[in-house]
Design a protein around this ligand. Structure first.
Ligand code: NDP
Length: 342
């Protein structure tokens, strides 16, 4: 039977000043959901979350959205409503992150989501949908970055820098690294959040200028044993040039730029590893391992002030905040709308 629900639908691309004005809340029915080739699972979404990529999708950015109309939301959690798969039964709590969700396929800013049957991960007896989305793609990515650090550098080898520390990926990277015994130095452009970052486990909080104004030399003095970089661009290039012998930078983001002005010297003279981290296409086994850790030994429950919740009606303000770098922590998105009910 067809069911109706609210969703945020983007109809066109808008420019950066427009936040999320290329879209709006619309009432859809199950029949509107694009079909899946092969077995699928229909999920009743309890919450999704706001990631930088979602903010771009809300603007119809061509790097994320290739077809309109589009429903953003690169992750979601909720309960199975219908399943073609023996692995999932109605009412099972599940999460989905990545793959093509919220990009080539309609995403989680929607009361219902239909996905290929091999995308969901069970969260039964482990996480509530809200806890799963407090992590969301950001927590999943941070955990993969930490695993990349662990592969090269043990705790006690020196300071580990985390850039974009108040962002979604940053807060989890700081907290998990500290939990594992690393000495974490958090880089932030928001000095007012220093106490919050110390509360997560940062031993030191420094300004973004720690990675600015350095010389163009191919190698800088060795400072950091390892780093989790969420910003890319010139700060990442400075970071790679200041990593100590046999250290590692796990790089996942581009908020400060996509260019990487570097030479090969950090790699061939210091044995530095630049470990790229992607979340969308993470294979199934490591994906399940990350969620086992996040719901078990690496469990981090962010303090209340680092998690807020918005409805679909409140999305444009939240999107504007993340695009302007003012966002702190994690934002959950409930796929509900007062406006749609009126
Ligand atoms: P957020 O917007 O939540 O966090 C980014 C943080 O970076 C901001 O809070 C801010 O932290 C800092 N920042 C913002 N603008 C600048 C700037 N111009 N220069 C330096 N620092 C800046 O985003 P997320 O944490 O969700 O994502 C971070 C990055 O990781 C994004 O680029 C995102 O696309 C990417 N990402 C990649 C994934 C992958 O699969 N590779 C998956 C998930 C995210 P502060 O003020 O504390 O410095």
């Amino acid at each position: 039977m067809s069911k109706s629900f609210a969703a945020w639908v983007v109809d066109k691309a808008t420019d950066k000043s427009d936040a999320a004005n290329g879209g709006g809340v619309r009432e859809l029915t199950t029949d509107d959901l694009p079909p899946v080739d092969g077995p699928s699972v229909l999920i009743e979404v309890e919450c999704s979350s706001l990631n930088y990529k979602d903010a771009l999708a809300c603007q119809g950015h061509p790097g994320v959205v290739n077809r309109f109309p589009h429903v953003p939301g690169i992750d979601c959690a909720g309960r199975v409503l219908e399943s073609d798969s023996a692995s999932f039964a109605p009412d099972d709590p599940v999460l989905v992150t990545g793959y093509d969700l919220g990009a080539a396929r309609w995403g989680g800013y929607s009361g219902l989501v239909r996905v290929p049957a091999d995308w969901p991960v069970s969260i039964k007896d482990r996480l509530s949908p809200a806890q799963a989305m407090a992590y969301g793609t950001a927590g999943f990515t941070a955990a993969q970055c930490v695993m990349a650090v662990q592969r090269c550098v043990e705790p006690g080898r020196g300071d580990v820098l985390v850039t974009g520390a108040t962002g979604g990926v940053g807060v989890y990277a700081v907290a998990i690294l500290a939990k594992l015994g690393y000495r974490v130095v958090a880089v932030t452009g928001k000095p007012a959040q220093a106490d919050t970052l110390r509360g997560l486990g940062a031993a030191e909080v420094v300004g973004r200028d720690v990675l600015e104004g350095e010389s163009d030399a191919p190698l800088l003095s060795e400072r950091w044993a390892a780093a989790v970089d969420t910003v890319g661009g010139a700060p990442l290039a400075t970071l790679v040039r200041s990593i100590r012998h046999r250290g590692v930078v796990a790089a996942c983001g581009l908020v400060a730029g996509a260019e990487l002005p570097l030479t090969v010297y950090p790699f061939i003279l210091r044995g530095v590893t630049l470990a790229g981290v992607d979340s969308a296409k993470c294979p199934r086994e490591p994906r399940l391992e990350v969620w086992r850790r996040l719901s078990g030994p690496w469990r981090v429950d962010l303090p209340q002030e680092l998690v807020d919740t918005v409805t679909l009606d409140e999305l444009p303000d939240a999107v504007a905040r993340i695009l302007s770098g003012r966002h702190v922590g994690r934002t959950l998105v409930r796929p509900t709308s007062e406006a749609a009910l009126r």
